[in-house]
Design a protein around this ligand. Structure first.
Ligand SMILES: [Zn+2]
Length: 258
């Protein structure tokens, strides 16, 4: 018969195992969904999430695979220093430990860290002094929460670069890296992925609306400022968005669960 303490330990482990299993499902699903949206460039870039109950570890996509191939069993659990703990034979590309790991380590709110070179947001990053205009409804959720990196220093090949980026993010949840691309953080994978899609939609529409030199209509600052900094409704949207993606992929690409 289990003592109360043993039962607590066992229940805690089951809960943590279930949480890790759910994180793997959501990360594989997020990668496949982002692939559908055309956000991947080559076999590069990473989506990572802190391992539930182990914030010193991250769960991340393996090196050399298309996001469209993502499967639960191919994901990798790694230490921030680059050590791979998963025994599935996969490696993780170096920049993951130079961008993602320091951000997870330094920003506890960055449970999920998503970095892409998705075309429209990256095009804004390529503009001298480029900013996301507060001109579209979805841009309201980014008000005062976008940080801009104007200090491009080549590919991120040392953890010091990730530490510099974490310092720029502060309490923002989007980082637009000049000459490079966007990075989005979130308290859940679904929340971060929803932000990523809103960011790309916002940037795409901005570029379309500006085509031909048209001036953008700016949403008044008082309306933007009326949006609370931490919107519970957005967090709920993120959960619903993730659940809808998992349902769709279970029906159309069930091998992501293998
Ligand atoms: Zn990059």
């Amino acid at each position: 018969m289990l003592s109360a303490n043993n039962r607590t330990v066992r229940e805690t482990n089951v809960t943590q195992d279930e949480a890790i299993g759910q994180a793997k499902i959501e990360l594989a699903a997020a990668l496949r969904w982002a692939a559908r949206l055309g956000y991947q460039s080559g076999v590069c870039n990473h989506f990572s999430v802190a391992v539930p109950g182990r914030p010193d570890l991250m769960l991340i996509n393996p090196e050399g695979f298309f996001w469209a191939e993502a499967r639960v069993s191919d994901l990798v659990i790694a230490q921030h220093d680059g050590a791979i703990l998963t025994e599935n034979g996969h490696t993780v590309e170096q920049t993951a430990f130079c961008i993602h790991a320091p951000i997870h380590r330094l920003l506890p709110q960055a449970t999920a860290v998503l970095h892409t070179h998705m075309h429209h947001a990256t095009a804004i990053c390529m503009r001298k002094g480029g900013t996301v205009s507060p001109s579209y409804l979805s841009a309201m959720s980014f008000y005062l929460r976008i940080a801009y990196d104007r200090g491009f220093d080549g590919p991120a090949l040392t953890p010091a670069e990730g530490e510099r980026l974490a310092g720029l993010i502060g309490d923002s949840f989007v980082l637009m890296m000049e000459n490079h691309g966007p990075l989005v953080i979130g308290s859940t994978i679904g929340e971060a992925l929803l932000r990523l899609t809103y960011l790309e939609d916002t940037c795409k529409m901005q570029l379309m609306a500006e085509a031909g030199g048209h001036e953008l209509s700016k949403i008044p600052t008082q309306l933007m400022a009326a949006i609370p900094k931490d919107v519970p409704r957005f967090k709920n949207y993120g959960r619903q968005f993730m659940a809808a993606i998992v349902r769709t992929l279970q029906r159309e690409e069930p091998d992501f669960l293998t």
